[in-house]
Ligand binder design. Structure first.
Ligand SMILES: [Fe+2]
Length: 140
């Protein structure tokens, strides 16, 4: 059962203690009105947000997650940067560090190679590639 967060286009639900599902609606051309479900897990150091393909925009998904907790420890999954300029990808990666202050980033399939290298350059050992069977430990 969805519990309204007060924002009609961003319902969220705590499905297990500390585990939330929430949705975000895309207003991006090409995926407009596509609804996307993401998951987040509460850790002692903030949320670990797990995204699918981020069609609404990775930062829009992250903004929705901050309704649960303002502190985001990490983000995992596809960031859908396929139609984004290299300059904007660089800006997003910089905001991952300076605005979002992620402790870890695990980029997946649609984050594109340019973003992989940028995240790797900025986050170094705190960067992981998200993929099938990838196991990433979370703070407990
Ligand atoms: Fe994607």
């Amino acid at each position: 059962m969805w519990v309204s967060s007060g924002a009609p286009k961003a319902p969220l639900a705590e499905v297990l203690p500390g585990f939330w599902l929430f949705s975000t609606l895309s207003d991006v051309m090409g995926t407009k009105e596509m609804n996307e479900i993401a998951m987040t897990v509460r850790t002692p150091q903030g949320l670990a947000v797990v995204v699918g393909c981020s069609h609404p925009g990775i930062e829009k998904v992250l903004e929705a997650a901050t309704k649960i907790d303002a502190r985001v420890y990490s983000v995992f999954g596809g960031f859908h940067l396929v139609d984004v300029s290299d300059a904007e990808v660089s800006s997003i990666v910089t905001r991952f560090r300076d605005k979002w202050k992620f402790e870890r980033v695990a980029a997946g399939h649609c984050a594109v190679e340019f973003a992989f290298s940028g995240i790797n350059r900025v986050f170094g050992a705190k960067f992981d590639r998200a993929g099938v069977w990838t196991v990433i430990a979370l703070p407990r």
